[in-house]
Design a protein around this ligand. Structure first.
Ligand code: ADP
Ligand code: MG
Length: 326
C-alpha cells in the first residue's frame, strides 16, 4: 500500500461527478467553477484521535462524522454544499481503514451531492481534516452578528443526546451505569454522537429569514454566547422549552436533563434568532424538512446569556457530576 494506492481507494469511493468540477482528484490542484452571482462559503474542521473522538469510534462513523461536522458549519451559514477536500494523517497505510473511512464519508457526501475534489495523505498520529465549500446567493449568508432585541431564539431538533451518548460509552460514568436503559435508547444516543445529522436543509430554509445563526457544537449556552457577543445583545433561554428526544426524556429529568441540553456538546443542531414576522412560515418549512424547530427564548438588551426557569429566576448550572460528559 503506497500513498497513491490509498488515494485511489478514496477517489474510487468519494469523488462524485459534478458539472462544476472541471478537474478533481489527480492533478496538483482541483479546478472548480462557482455559480455566477453567488458567494463561496468555506470552512474547515480537524478531528484528532483521542481529542475529538474516542479511540473506540467506528471507522465508518469517523468518515461520516468528519464530513458531518464540516457540513454543519455550512448549514449554519445557510450554504448549499458542493465540494470537499480531505487531509488524512494515518499511523500506517491501512487499506481496510481507508476503505471503511471512505465508505462512511461517501455515504454522507452522497446525501448532499458533495464531491471530494482533493486532499493530502500523510503518515502520523490519526488526524482527519476536512475542508468544505458551498454557495449562497450574493450577500445572503447567515451570520452571527445580526440578532436584534425582540427577536425570538430557536433551535432545530433536540439537544443533549450526544453528551448523553458519550456518557453511555464512558465506563466511569457511574450515574449512567446505574440507569436502566433499553438497547434502543442507548443506540439512539450513541448514534447521535457518532453520526450527527448536519441540518443543511434547515440552514437553507433560514436564508432571508434568520437574523443570526450558529451550529451547536460546544453546547447551546456557549454557542448562543457567540451570537450575543457578535450581535451586541443578550439572550434569555427558557429552560422548560428546551427540546429533548424521547431517549433523553426516558433517562433524565430535572436539572440533569437541563444540564445536558444547555451545555452538552456535539449535537450539531442549528441555533438561530428571527423576528416573529418570519417565525410561522419558518416553523412550517422546518417541520416539513423533518427536524422541526422550537422557540426557546428571546433576544434582550442586557448582554450575556441567561438560562431562566418557569418563575423567571436564573438557573446556574452545577458543572460537578457532568464533567465526564464535557
Ligand atoms: P501533490 O504532491 O501535488 O500535493 P499529492 O500526491 O499529495 O499531490 O496528491 C495527488 C492527488 O491526490 C491530488 O489531486 C490530491 O488533491 C489528491 N489527494 C491526496 N490525498 C487525498 C485524500 N486524502 N483525499 C482526496 N484526495 C487526495
Ligand atoms: Mg499533496
Amino acid at each position: 500500500m503506497t500513498e497513491f494506492d490509498l488515494i485511489d481507494i478514496i477517489r474510487a469511493r468519494c469523488a462524485a461527478t459534478r458539472a462544476d468540477v472541471r478537474l478533481g482528484i489527480g492533478d496538483d490542484a482541483a479546478v472548480l467553477v462557482p455559480p455566477p452571482g453567488h458567494d463561496l462559503v468555506v470552512s474547515t474542521d480537524t478531528l484528532i484521535a483521542g481529542v475529538h473522538f474516542p479511540m473506540t469510534t467506528g471507522i465508518r462513523d469517523l468518515g461520516w462524522k468528519s464530513l458531518a461536522v464540516n457540513l454543519s458549519d455550512l448549514a449554519a451559514m445557510g450554504a448549499t454544499p458542493a465540494w470537499a477536500l480531505l487531509a488524512l494523517t494515518l499511523p500506517a497505510a491501512d487499506r481496510s481503514f481507508v476503505e471503511e473511512f471512505s465508505d462512511g464519508f461517501a455515504e454522507l457526501a452522497a446525501q448532499y451531492s458533495v464531491a471530494l475534489v482533493g486532499g493530502d495523505t500523510t503518515q502520523g498520529p490519526l488526524t482527519v481534516t476536512v475542508v468544505v465549500h458551498g454557495f449562497v446567493a450574493a450577500n445572503s449568508a447567515l451570520r452571527r452578528d445580526g440578532a436584534r432585541v425582540g427577536d425570538g431564539v430557536y433551535v432545530t431538533g433536540a439537544l443533549g443526546d450526544a453528551a448523553a451518548g458519550l456518557g453511555c460509552l464512558d465506563a466511569n460514568a457511574v450515574r449512567m451505569s446505574e440507569c436502566s436503559y433499553t438497547p434502543e435508547v442507548r443506540a439512539h444516543l450513541i448514534a447521535r454522537l457518532m453520526r450527527p445529522t448536519p441540518r443543511v436543509a434547515a440552514g437553507m430554509a433560514l436564508r432571508g429569514r434568520a437574523s443570526a445563526c450558529i451550529d451547536v457544537s460546544d453546547g447551546l449556552l456557549a454557542d448562543l454566547g457567540h451570537i450575543a457577543a457578535c450581535s451586541g445583545v443578550g439572550i434569555e433561554v427558557d429552560a422548560a422549552t428546551l427540546p429533548a428526544s424521547s431517549a433523553l426524556l426516558a433517562l433524565f429529568d430535572g436539572d440533569e436533563r437541563i444540564a445536558l441540553q444547555a451545555s452538552g456538546g456535539d449535537d450539531y443542531e442549528l441555533a438561530f434568532t428571527m423576528p416573529s414576522t418570519h417565525a410561522e412560515n419558518m416553523q412550517g418549512d422546518i417541520a416539513r424538512i423533518g427536524c422541526g424547530a422550537t422557540r426557546i427564548g428571546r433576544v434582550v438588551a442586557e448582554p450575556g446569556v441567561r438560562l431562566i426557569d418557569a418563575s423567571g429566576a436564573q438557573i446556574v448550572l452545577r458543572q460537578p457530576g457532568w464533567q465526564h460528559f464535557a
